[in-house]
Design a protein around this ligand. Sequence first.
Ligand code: FAD
Ligand code: SF4
Length: 559
Amino acid sequence: MATRMGPAADMATERDIGADQPGTSPAPEPAATEVGAPKTLVLILGDQLSREIAALDGFDAGRDIVLMVEVAQETTYVPHHKQKIAFILSAMRHLAAELTEEGIAVDYVRLDDPANTGSFTGELARAVARHSPTRIVVTEPGEWRVRRMMDDWPERFGVPVQIRDDDRFLCSRAEFRAWADGRKAYRMEFFYREMRRRTGLLMEGDEPTGGRWNFDAENRKRLPATLTPPRRAGVEPDAITREVLALVAARFPDHFGDLDGFAWAVTRQDALSALERFISEALPHFGDYQDAMAQAEPFVFHALLSPYLNVGLLQAREVCVAAERAFRAGQAPLNATEGFIRQILGWREYVRGIYWLEMPAYAQTNALSAQRPLPWFYWSGETAMNCLATTIADTRRHAYAHHIQRLMVTGNFALLAGIRPDEIEAWYLAVYCDAFEWVELPNVHGMVMHADGGLLASKPYAASGAYIDRMSDYCGRCAFDPKIKTGPGACPFNVLYWNFLIENRATLGRNPRLAMPYKTLDRMPADRTATIAREATAFLDSLDQAQAPPVAGQQDLFA
Ligand SMILES: Cc1cc2nc3c(=O)[nH]c(=O)nc-3n(C[C@H](O)[C@H](O)[C@H](O)COP(=O)(O)OP(=O)(O)OC[C@H]3O[C@@H](n4cnc5c(N)ncnc54)[C@H](O)[C@@H]3O)c2cc1C
Ligand code: SF4
């Protein structure tokens, strides 16, 4: 049963902080520059790269200044994948160039500027000294950590700081809070229906298009050998991106991930082209093969749009509208279109709502008391389990793995092995190009690790090797066999799955959605459950012994 955990998460937005904000001192009077003309310093963060970002509303090009800063603190608080750092820095530099071309004054601080203090607060202090603004305007950040940082800015800088709502989302924090208020449990499906009604997406009056809200039952096919997904529409790095790639290679050599083959779009125009190509080439099959995994197809029919959505190169509404338009034009079937729109209008908005509703207490829970350190192979990829080795290799190469790899391979293993939530969360936050805490944390902490006790998902997504075998071609190339349950050659997911149910019976045993597997477990002979427990323990002990010392850039992660 879900409970509200943290009223503190509801921090002020859309107003000046300073005068009336508990814990901060009164905002001083604006300094006089020109008569009656406030000079605004607009801070644009690295995941706010939209020309329409709220902080730019009312921008006066004759007077105001945009500030963009590349700070070391943001590149190293987890050892981000090299491509992720390069993607964000290059997209920032491209937006700065576009704004400058428009005649907007942009004060841009580069990572390698010798005077760079390495933090948002330090760089704002320097910018305030340079420009003497009468106020600072910023759009609310996506992460709790950064929002906290802003609390003492009015006092520190001696100017009011206005934090505006991030209206790129289809559900504001206040609307989500109103939806959640008084509910005993939060369930994505009900939130999603509300969002369909509110936006009118895939609706015929008050009824869902096609007579059903959800076509997921049709979306669980294995990828046939005869069907080849479209090639990734990569973007050739231009001069700005090449300069950033060289900077990242030199400055973050020990961070996880390859830079070769960097193909992310870094401008709105190229992100729009990627959207168009997805809609015409991949969306028609997106639904059918949404859960499929394939050794040679890291992207299957997925969109690869999450980094663009998360940094602001694309907007959630336009992506959903583009998908619906394709459906209405007969270019994509309903199961694909509904499935795709549900990911954005449903899951994406829902996890963001949960994050802001429940932080900071949310990150601290550990409902299943998972205590095992993250196995070293999550960084090295060195494991005989082919599903894990492949997913980690895809992640290293592309800073990307699709949803089912994240949920049912690396996530499922972390859940079954009882990995500490904070360690696996730090891993997910580091390795994916689209990873920002507001979206990563609920997915990992709630959906994968069940560390929130079922607040976000009614049951853990635990599965044995049979699921991975059914949905992929990984097992045929593996040292283990998913059909062998115990003993030599047995797929480790098999014993780990039953051992997980045995070990967590006190917490999960009465979950109605796990009634079937617990019934099966209860019918097992005692010597079989003893074998499972013994083999699982031996396997998990071997994992602990295989821990390697962290490499540079990763030491502080688990300190
Ligand atoms: C353990 C785990 C960690 C994740 N971490 C992140 C993360 O850090 N950042 C992130 O953007 N997504 C995350 N996701 C959600 C999802 O896996 C990615 O959004 C998706 O894989 C991105 O690839 P795509 O654009 O090809 O997505 P598609 O499969 O094509 O889906 C379309 C879009 O739907 C949205 N979406 C789909 N599923 C989710 C979801 N569960 N939560 C939020 N949005 C969703 C994304 O914006 C995505 O671009 C995570 C999922 C899991 C299980
Ligand atoms: S046999 Fe088990 S470990 Fe090997 S690929 Fe299949 S599910 Fe993964």
